[in-house]
Design a protein around this ligand. Structure first.
Ligand code: PBG
Length: 330
């Protein structure tokens, strides 16, 4: 017994060609969805300081970004509207105004790319309310679940009318998928899909998103978003969303919840998405800026991790850049 190994795992790691051959998952441009912000009333894109490389688009620059994403092979774009400050109110009126910025952007992007991208929109109130919560508040200042559902139903029809292929209900209200589904069906939008934010956790990593949508949140979202210690709850949310008609289910944030992603991927009969959120993006960019990590390798490693953990789709602010890289083979 020499003590030397007879099984040598290193054989399959010896060359780039060997590693490529045995890779279990391969990120592909078609797996990617680009989240994009569009701001009302700006002629030029406005950089988001805490997300280097990400901007609040003007209508023009958004159209260009959509074309660029489609050309890179990205599958979808998820739009977030940023209304002019004075227009936000307690019930989120810009969310149901047919000329609200999100609806305008949906029409712009559909006119530009047609069906070349799956055009999606965030279905939530936090971008349009002056208090920054994902719903309307009751007299005590708590988010009123059922009154919020009525607002989501109206918003859904307005977004569908503006041309969205798929909506992303992201407010974590109970019954939101079913309520929105019924409203869409009643209005003749049976073919507009729902990508449900199924397991969405109350996370510190949403920080930079607040700047991206100019949100001034009072308090936090812990009474409606899930609590970090709980994974089983995500499976219950999955059952409910499926029963209510979700077409795609999503886990969010990404990296801190890979175990939840794996559990959902194992249980879900519909496609599963992961959302690599603003704070995850910011951490990599900030560390890379300081020279502390290799930016390109870190991006690839995180996007590979989502696929390995079972995601069919990944929403990432690097979607276009990474798709271009995959295509160029570098
Ligand atoms: C809700 C919504 C949020 C994000 C996407 N949709 C914010 C929140 O729930 O607090 C966060 C996205 C990100 O951080 O990148 N409209």
């Amino acid at each position: 017994m020499s003590g030397f190994p007879t099984v040598r795992a290193r054989r399959l790691r010896g060359t780039a060609a060997m590693r490529r051959m045995v890779a279990e998952v391969r990120p592909h441009p078609a797996d990617l969805i680009l989240p994009a912000f569009v701001r009302e009333g700006v002629a030029e894109p406005v950089p988001v300081g805490s997300m280097p490389g990400v901007v609040q688009h003007s209508r023009d620059s958004l159209r260009k970004a959509a074309v660029e994403a489609a050309e890179a092979g990205v599958s979808g774009i998820m739009l977030f509207g940023v209304p002019e400050e004075g227009k936000k109110d307690a019930v989120g009126t810009p969310g149901t105004d047919p000329d609200g910025i999100l609806q305008v952007a949906l029409r712009d992007v559909r006119a530009e790319v047609g069906d070349a991208l799956v055009v999606m929109s965030d279905l939530c109130l936090d971008e349009v309310t002056d208090h920054g919560h994902c719903g309307v508040l009751d007299a005590a200042g708590n988010v009123d679940n059922d009154a919020t559902l009525e607002r989501y139903a109206e918003m859904a029809v307005v977004q569908a009318s503006a041309g969205a292929h798929m909506l992303g209900p992201s407010g974590m209200m109970d019954g939101q998928v079913g309520h929105v589904r019924a409203a869409l069906d009643a209005a003749g939008f049976q073919d507009v899909g729902l990508m449900a934010y199924t397991a969405k956790y109350a996370s510190a990593f949403y920080g930079p998103f607040r700047e991206a949508v100019n949100s001034s949140l009072v308090g936090d979202r812990r009474t409606y978003q899930q609590d970090a210690p709980n994974a089983r709850e995500a499976l219950r949310e999955l059952e409910l969303d499926l029963a209510e008609g979700a077409d795609i289910v999503m886990v969010k944030p990404g990296l801190p919840y890979l175990d939840v992603l794996r559990a959902i991927a194992d249980a879900s009969p519909v496609p599963v998405a992961a959302y690599q959120i603003s704070g995850e993006y910011a951490m990599v960019e900030a560390a890379a800026e300081r020279g502390w990590i290799d930016r390109e390798r870190a991006i690839e490693e995180t996007l590979t991790a989502f696929r390995r953990a079972g995601a069919d789709l990944v929403l990432t602010y690097w979607a276009t850049e990474f798709a271009q890289r995959l295509r160029s083979g570098t």
